[in-house]
Design a protein around this ligand. Structure first.
Ligand code: PEP
Ligand code: MG
Length: 592
């Protein structure tokens, strides 16, 4: 967006996606395109190229071991062992000798020889019948990318190599990049691309790191080593801030901290309106590390466990045992409060590096979530079995993402039933009456909620996607972010419709999209009759505070007026006026 310059300070306005104020030196994360150019070398350069290669191999070896150690500490030895195969590649003398021979014989630069030798090895392995050997092709490609990066003096896994406090600036951040962030060192994130409900934003909130995205030109406006200040609530970024700015923000940070402490002190109070209406608040969880923060922030149970992040975090598909363990941990951490495990919502922007998919022109409209799971029954069954096994803790529920027609629920339920039967035969315990829910995040599902209702026991409104698909506005595209309107009449009407249908069929409906974490919109959702709000743990004290300052009767009145309003702007204005009246402190923290 347009930048303003005051003295040397540059001010950029973007989209604040994770609140908080942070100041640190910037760490630029370069885009990862590796173009290998062939260069002829003279005989005198041969030893130089070989030394460059050996140095790069050594550096790569050390990096892999360091990543392995970090993964072992975070996720256990079992996950770390996948990197053994990478070390084997670096240490493989035949491979190394082949490259050295190529440099000597062909007299071309190491990058070029390495690329062709690695491609030859990888292609050969990929064709093997033995799945262990064919999978090694991916290891060779991965390690080669890393060696090439070292040859170029670039850092590949730049996130995990950060070794001092900084604010990360990147053109774009994939969810898997954000999942690898060291939150002790990374004080904030800014990016050229992205929007409020992009999965990177969700990740930043989960990690409690202030973040501003959709800045268009932040990476070209900063230089390595510049100081950068970010205001995650207002979506502002200051490059090389003035002394006055820093002083002003130090004061604001203190004030915000005070509000946060006050809200935190109240977090265990019931989420009940002034006139005694109770609104259950549960948490959205992406990482196992967040389990403790659910109760610590005053939420009860997990309304949305985005399981795909387990897959993205370690870039491989965990097996049934590993998944069962993760879901068990989630169930036990919340017991007896419910834990809704959402089946894999992979696809579109969320794909593990080693997951083979065919490129699609419109991935958000393509093989994503339930579609991808039904197309990969082995993958889906592994997860369903793990969820069922964890359901011996009877607080586990299962939920399908991105349902767009009844048949998908029917097919998913049939697979669930088959998995139950297998477990019965294997005499493995599970909860026979596990509750099954459907996300309502595609307009078609909202409109046929009555037809889906007989197959499930609850609905959860995924408003992030519901808005994207209803309004044809890419949730991750900053160019159309101004059109992404949660208060659009179509959205208000769809929510109203789903809630009414669910109640008619004896079901309950929660909201687990970002709307539930927005203090300005929460009274509207309550007035529309939703039965539960599920949101990032960090936002829970704030949302509970809003509810405790609200009269249920006002929320009902707000929703009634919204349903007969003329425009999104009218609805947004009434929502904002209400919050300004009852909980202005929420706006200081939330900003937008
Ligand atoms: C949603 O779409 O609102 C939702 C909660 O799912 P996700 O953000 O993971 O797509
Ligand atoms: Mg969704």
């Amino acid at each position: 967006m347009v930048g303003k310059t005051i003295q040397n300070e540059i001010v950029l306005q973007g989209i604040g996606v994770s609140s908080g104020i942070a100041v640190a030196e910037v760490q630029l994360i370069a885009a990862q395109t590796q173009v290998v150019v062939e260069r002829k070398i003279g005989p005198e350069e041969i030893p130089v190229e070989i030394t460059r290669f050996e140095d790069a191999l050594m550096a790569t070896h050390e990096q892999i071991r360091a990543i392995q150690k970090q993964v072992a500490e975070m996720l256990g030895d079992e996950h770390a062992s996948i990197f053994d195969a990478h070390v084997l590649v670096v240490d493989d003398r035949t491979f190394v000798e082949d490259v050295i021979r190529g440099i000597k014989l062909d007299q071309i630069n190491v990058e070029s020889v390495l690329s062709s030798v690695a491609s030859r090895y990888a292609d050969m392995l990929a064709q093997m019948q033995d799945s262990y050997l064919s999978e090694r092709a991916a290891d060779i490609r991965d390690v080669t990318r890393r060696i090439l990066a070292n040859l170029a003096g670039e850092s590949l896994n730049q996130m995990s190599q950060i070794d001092r406090e900084c604010i990360v600036a990147a053109h774009d951040l994939a969810p898997s990049d954000t999942a690898g962030i060291n939150r002790q060192l990374v004080k904030g994130c800014v990016s050229d691309l992205g929007s409020a409900t992009s999965h990177t934003a969700i990740m930043a909130r989960a990690l409690e790191i202030p973040a501003v995205v959709g800045l268009h030109n932040v990476t070209s406006s900063v230089s390595q080593g510049d100081t950068i200040l970010i205001d995650g609530s207002k979506g502002l970024v200051f490059i090389n801030p003035t002394e006055e700015r820093l002083t002003d923000y130090a004061k604001r940070a203190e004030e915000q901290q005070l509000i946060i402490s006050e809200l935190d002190a109240q977090r265990d109070k019931p989420s009940e309106t002034l006139d005694g209406y109770y609104m259950p608040i549960s948490a959205n969880v992406e990482l196992l590390e967040e389990l403790d923060s659910v109760a610590n922030r005053g939420a009860k149970g997990i309304g949305l466990f985005r399981t795909e992040f387990l897959f993205l975090q370690n870039n491989e598909l965990p097996d049934e045992e590993a998944q069962t363990e993760a879901y068990m941990a989630a169930a036990k951490s919340q017991y007896p409060a419910p834990v809704v495990i959402r089946t894999l919502d992979l696809g579109a922007d969320k794909l593990p590096a080693d997951f083979e998919v065919v490129a699609e022109a419109n991935p958000f409209l393509g093989s994503r979530a339930i579609r991808l799971c039904l197309a990969h029954p082995k993958l889906f069954r592994t997860q369903l079995r793990a969820i069922l096994r964890a359901s011996v803790n009877d607080n586990i529920r299962v939920m399908y993402p991105m349902i767009s027609c009844v048949l998908e629920v029917v097919e998913a339920n049939a697979l669930l039933e088959e998995c139950k039967q297998e477990l019965r035969e294997q005499k493995i315990d599970f909860n026979e009456n596990i509750e099954v829910g459907s996300m309502i995040e595609v307009p078609s599902a909202a409109l046929i909620a009555d037809l889906i209702a007989p197959h499930v026991t609850f609905f959860s409104l995924g408003t992030n996607d519901l808005i994207q698909y209803t309004m044809a506005v890419d949730r991750g595209n900053e160019n159309v972010a101004h059109l992404y309107k949660p208060t659009h009449m179509a959205i208000v009407r769809l929510i109203d419709h789903v809630v009414k249908v669910s109640h008619k069929h004896g079901l309950w409906t929660s909201v687990c999209g970002q709307m539930a974490a927005n203090p300005i919109l929460v009274p509207l959702l309550i007035g529309l009759g939703v039965d539960e709000l599920s949101l990032s743990p960090t936002q829970v004290p704030l949302i509970k505070d809003v509810i405790r300052h609200l009269h249920y009767a006002d929320a009902v009145e707000l929703a009634k007026n919204a349903l007969s309003a003329q425009s999104a702007e009218h609805v947004a204005k009434s929502c904002r006026e209400l919050i300004e009246r009852i909980a202005p402190e929420a706006l200081e923290l939330f900003g937008q």
